[in-house]
Ligand binder design. Structure first.
Ligand code: MRU
Length: 368
């Protein structure tokens, strides 16, 4: 266990993932990335819920902050009585089940707003949503600073450090620098030779978002097919695996994007350490172990339809969809898996790095 970050990561999001815009919010629409950067204004709670379900906003910390603003928008547009508050909490709470950050943020909004008189709730709701956003940015910076020595130590021994990651746990997934990528950005800022192996992350291809982020930031990286991870780990081409998390149970079992478990198993076989980077809002000590974590099942079209940018001459530059399996194909699409604590070398938090067994000691107030 460690505490007290050694270096502070100053990271400004190139495009804010989420910000208040009057009685609405402005989000960066991630369904159009990496092809187009487009800001979308969400002015009603159903619009916010749709953006979370369709993954216009995605990533555990970011959907938590977005849902918090969704509550404020409900009060601004529908009134501040108990019924409106409860309806907004229920609508937003039903959007995505696995990332506990969403449910944590809604519980925090409820705890602040419910005791207040209706006339006081609206201003308090905006304030609390802004506070959740600012906390997340600070948390990401601290995760980066705590993770930095891990990468610096490897680079000091080997001349460089090769990080494998999965999905997108960078700035796009948060209100700050990201979780798994925060130590990478910190290392890059400190002149450490860091390279990232980015797995595609079928079916939603969040790895393409990671590759886009790293390219924009000038961090050396290589995109790989998900299925190449085992070979690269076995060949000794990876020094450390770092991923984010959507929910961490009391014993350290960790839910993250589906495919994380296969990387964890291959990493253990190859003797490569696996670290999870996550903030306090991802911890769920009410879940004793991974068997209690709800796993989101998503629609068949995520596997059957591929999306990309036309490069056939005529439609060049247009975002298009292609069906690769007939409609009606039987599909199973679990969006997350659970990596058992025994495969996890450490959890990089804003309070320091803990083994899964030490995690409760690092957060005694949440463990109660
Ligand atoms: O389905 P997504 O894209 O929201 O899933 C995101 C992930 O699994 C991330 O790894 C996780 O939320 C950590 S984000 C800092």
């Amino acid at each position: 266990m460690s505490s007290g970050p050694r270096n502070t990561l100053n990271f400004l999001q190139p495009i804010p993932t989420l910000r208040r815009d009057g009685d609405a919010i402005a989000i960066l629409d991630q369904t159009l990335l990496p092809f187009r950067s487009e800001i979308r204004r969400l002015a009603s709670t159903p619009e916010v819920a749709e953006a979370i379900v369709s993954m216009r906003v995605r990533g555990a910390p970011l959907i938590g902050a977005t849902a918090a603003f969704g509550v404020a928008i409900a009060l601004a547009t529908e009134g501040s009585d108990d019924t409106t508050l409860e309806r907004a909490l229920a609508l937003l709470g039903a959007t995505r089940p696995t990332a506990v950050n969403l449910h944590w943020a809604l519980a925090r909004m409820d705890a602040v707003l419910r005791p207040l008189a209706p006339a006081q709730r609206l201003a308090a709701a905006w304030r609390e949503a802004e506070a959740i956003t600012a906390d997340d940015a600070a948390t990401c910076a601290a995760i980066g600073s705590h993770g930095l020595p891990l990468l610096a130590d490897v680079a000091a021994q080997r001349g460089r450090v090769r990080v494998m990651t999965h999905c997108n746990a960078g700035w796009l997934a948060t209100c700050g620098a990201g979780t798994a990528l925060a130590p990478v950005y910190a290392a890059h800022a400190h002149g450490i030779a860091v390279e990232v192996l980015v797995s595609e992350t079928r079916p939603r291809n969040q790895g393409l978002l990671t590759a886009w982020e790293l390219r924009e930031a000038g961090v050396p990286h290589t995109l790989i097919a998900d299925n190449a991870a085992g070979l690269l780990l076995a060949r000794g081409e990876v020094d450390i695996v770092i991923t984010g998390a959507d929910r961490i149970a009391a014993n350290g079992d960790t839910a993250n994007k589906v495919g994380t478990l296969l990387k964890a198993l291959a990493a253990r076989e190859a003797g490569v350490p696996l670290y999870i980077a996550a903030p306090h809002s991802t911890l769920d000590f009410a879940c004793a172990d991974g068997t209690c974590i709800p796993i989101e099942d998503r629609g068949a079209d995520e596997l059957c339809v591929v999306r990309g940018i036309c490069c056939d001459g005529e439609g060049d530059g247009r975002i298009a969809e292609l069906r690769q399996a007939p409609a009606g194909t039987a599909v199973a699409n679990p969006a997350f898996d659970v990596t058992p604590a025994r495969l996890i070398g450490g959890i990089i938090t804003e309070r320091g790095i803990a083994t899964p067994g030490e995690l409760r000691g690092l957060y005694p107030e949440q463990a109660r």
